[in-house]
Design a binder for this molecule. Structure first.
Ligand code: NAD
Length: 471
């Protein structure tokens, strides 16, 4: 019974009705008119977004199944509920966040007003990735709406059913002047990026992140880059291996490994590897049955190009578990590779599929050295019961985030900002951090006009003198 069911068909292609220039001009006009600024409007938009998630649940599931063969539970657990939780929290808190903050005053400003205002930036562009096409578009949208911006959303062309759904349906739940969806791939996005935005929020690969950053630099547009990379998982001998293996394989295999914070590879010693492998086979069978290729719980690889790239990583000589694939269905069975060298192709780029290589190291120090010799990862996973081992990694490595004895869930932990560092990105969001990301902190001083203040100010006015310097 939702508002648009009768008119929507996710199979049908949607095209942009406006040129990039027109889209941006339209958005700017809406922002300049001041429509987005009131708290009432912001809250109504946030509630509209929540309503979309609730009323269009079935169609979101259909679209995510079509694009990624995503199971309903994964849609709920990893996409819609994460956004809905952020929304509920933001609706409750936005009035408090939007209020000008009053920092502590020094003696010299005692009679003045000293404020930090949170101004919306203006026209915001959000570019999403395909792997979590709801979470990575609507997640940033929560902060951008709460902060009172006028928004253009560019979903990924590689998840077309979800992109069409957003263009056709979400636009009916939000203000049509202040929220627009612009569709397209490289060519259309390149054209769009020539326009001037007040903020760009990008989720995607490090390679494209560089292109976005360069385009933003032309207009000095502030930017958040949520990028990728290889997130390592260190397993220490002190850990409960059954739990560690289960948690690592869950994080690796949700969405068939197409998760920015999936553990990319494992670092452990030879004895730990043997124990890990003993548990891994059992866990994979528990998760996906005897033949994971037949399991409805394993997603598909997004495109043929991505599938071919992944299959090339599977050197049969290295396969300890799995290694099977079905080209027509684009499904790869959970695969663990051993005797892998750091120079093998699987270790030189982000994997982004259900393939987990194990690299043998002697101890924690060698693992830290291995991590620090590479780009800063988006996530670092430490599986260790021993606190001194946990602290060794925390104090001697740099990564976007860390989860100890779990994978992925630091991303959905309330009150923790999410973002990368170095090649894995810059800036962060979620909850209050999302609101702050899309707000410019404007410093405001309201000077007192009394004679007393004027008297204290007299020292700053010319004519200058040595006496005034010493005051
Ligand atoms: P991508 O960089 O190929 O594409 C992301 C977006 O950029 C898409 O909307 C796409 O249309 C657009 N785009 C692609 N090429 C472009 C170009 N030349 N000019 C302008 N725009 C262009 O990334 P992807 O394949 O969609 O996603 C996978 C990557 O994203 C992985 O590296 C993954 O780790 C990363 N990722 C990061 C996060 C995070 O939150 N940090 C989340 C998901 C994915």
């Amino acid at each position: 019974n939702n508002a648009w069911e009768s008119v929507i068909n996710i199979e049908e292609e949607v095209s942009n009705k406006k040129s990039p220039k027109e889209v941006v001009e339209f958005s700017r006009k809406a922002f300049t008119a001041g429509k987005t600024k009131s708290l009432k409007f912001r809250k109504a938009q946030l509630k509209g977004l929540l309503k979309f998630l609730e009323e269009c649940k079935g169609d979101i599931e259909k679209a995510l199944y079509k694009d990624l063969r995503k199971h309903k539970q994964e849609c709920h657990m990893c996409e819609t509920e994460v956004v809905a939780n952020d929304l509920r929290h933001t609706i409750m808190e936005v009035a408090k966040w939007a209020n000008p903050q009053k920092p502590q005053k020094r003696l010299v400003n005692l009679l003045d007003g000293v404020y930090r205002y949170n101004d919306p930036y203006g026209v915001v562009l959000i570019i999403g990735a395909w792997n979590y096409p709801i979470l990575l578009t609507l997640g940033p949208l929560v902060g951008a709406l709460a902060a009172g911006n006028s928004i253009i959303l560019k979903p990924s062309e590689l998840a077309p059913a979800t992109a069409n759904l957003l263009a056709k349906a979400l636009t009916k739940y939000l203000d049509k002047d202040c929220f627009q969806v612009f569709l397209g791939g490289v060519e259309e996005t390149s054209e769009l990026l020539k326009e001037k935005f007040d903020y760009i929020f990008f989720t995607g690969s490090t390679t494209v992140g560089r292109i976005i950053y360069q385009a933003a630099a032309k207009h000095l547009t502030p930017t958040t880059l949520e990028l990728g990379g290889k997130s390592p998982a260190y397993i220490d001998e002190s850990v409960d291996m059954k739990k560690a293996a289960k948690r690592i394989l869950w994080g690796k295999l949700i969405n068939s490994g197409q998760t920015c914070v999936a553990p990319d590879y494992v670092l452990c010693n030879k004895e730990v590897q043997d124990k890990f492998l003993q548990h891994a086979q059992k866990i994979i069978t528990e998760f996906y049955g005897r033949d994971p290729m037949e399991s409805p719980h394993l997603g598909k690889i997004i495109t043929e190009r991505h599938f071919k790239r992944l299959v090339e990583f599977i050197n049969p000589e290295n396969v300890a578990i799995g290694g099977k694939y079905n080209s027509s269905a684009r499904i790869i069975s959970p695969t663990i590779l051993i005797n892998v060298s750091p120079d093998d192709p699987v270790m030189t780029e982000e994997i982004f599929g259900p393939i987990l290589p194990i690299i043998i190291i002697k101890n924690a120090e060698e693992a830290i050295h291995f991590i620090n010799a590479r780009e800063k990862p988006l996530a670092l996973y430490i599986f260790a019961k021993d606190k001194s081992i946990q602290n060794l990694f925390l104090n001697n490595t740099s990564s976007g985030g860390v989860a100890i004895n779990d994978t992925v869930t630091h991303l959905i932990t309330e009150n923790l900002p999410f973002g990368g560092v170095g090649e894995s990105g810059m800036g962060s969001y979620h909850g209050k951090e999302g609101f702050e990301t899309f707000s410019h902190q404007k410093s405001v001083l309201v000077k007192d006009l009394t004679d007393l203040t004027e008297m204290t100010l007299s020292v700053r006015y010319p004519p200058y003198s040595d006496i005034k310097i010493s005051v």
